[in-house]
Design a protein around this ligand. Structure first.
Ligand code: 13P
Length: 251
């Protein structure tokens, strides 16, 4: 049985006071209803320690937004898997399109990040997504296949216990434009079929595949109703407790 997940990627937003306020609002809201979904929140690195304390013994799981691929050393400004682990952080987003676009996170580096995170038994939300141009020229399936092939397909079956995939079409991120539920379903089913081909149908059935890209309270339910959409990776709407809560309720 695969897990339903709603994850909030706070990106480079919210200072330490604002982060604590939002997590408090979220905890209050979550105490008023039951959900089958696993709730993940990914704040910036600097806010992780204090939020780790605040979310202890709650249903909120914290994730880092990135991790370095080397063990340690002269990599100024970077954060290692060991540092995150020592804080009790065991979830990490890897391969977000903003990291790919602005920080040279190539498929090859991402493969190394995945293996470093796995060394530390971290759960990974691995992001893939095509550019608008790729979709217009009908290369979107090939792009996603290549991203998955390079970073993930050499993994053994056991490693998939730690892998969640997030399909985030770049043209839908922060644009207000969403993939239609049909487009999301089509790509998610394709991703699942690739994993089934690489490993087995039963393994593929157990991998959670999230959709990300302008998920809002207004479109969440329809997206989540699709059989291969197991939840969402939420950007902007995760910054408002009411919106994030409404999205969780939609699953
Ligand atoms: P938006 O929900 O703001 O489009 O961001 C999606 C995203 O990038 C989540 O990682």
């Amino acid at each position: 049985m695969r897990t339903k997940i709603v994850a909030g990627n706070w990106k480079m937003n919210l200072n330490v006071v604002e982060s604590q306020l939002l997590i408090g609002e979220l905890m209050d809201a979550l105490s008023t209803f039951e959900t089958q979904a696993k709730i993940i929140v990914a704040p910036s690195f600097v806010n992780l320690p204090i939020l780790a304390v605040a979310t202890e013994n709650t249903t909120i799981t914290l994730a880092a937004q990135n991790v370095h691929h080397k063990e340690k050393g002269a990599y100024t400004g970077e954060v290692s898997a060991d540092m995150l682990s020592s804080l009790g952080i065991d979830h990490v987003i890897i391969g977000h399109s903003e990291r790919r676009a602005y920080y040279n996170d190539t498929d090859t580096v991402l493969k190394e990040k995945v293996s470093k995170a796995l060394e530390y038994n971290m759960n990974i939300i691995f992001c893939v997504g095509e550019q608008l141009e790729d979709r217009k020229t009908e290369k979107h399936f090939d792009v996603i296949k290549k991203q998955l092939e390079i970073a993930l397909f050499a993994l053994d079956a056991y490693a998939y216990n730690f892998i969640t995939i997030a399909y985030e079409p770049v043209w839908a991120i922060g644009t207000g434009e969403t993939a239609s539920p049909e487009q999301a379903q089509e790509m998610h089913a394709y991703i699942r079929s690739l994993i089934a081909k690489k490993h087995s149908a039963s393994l593929a059935e157990d991998v959670s595949i999230l959709y990300g890209g302008s998920v809002k309270p207004a479109n969440a339910e329809e997206l989540f109703s699709k059989p291969d959409v197991d939840g969402g990776l939420i950007g902007g709407a995760a910054l408002k407790a009411a919106d994030f809560t409404a999205i969780i309720k939609a699953i």
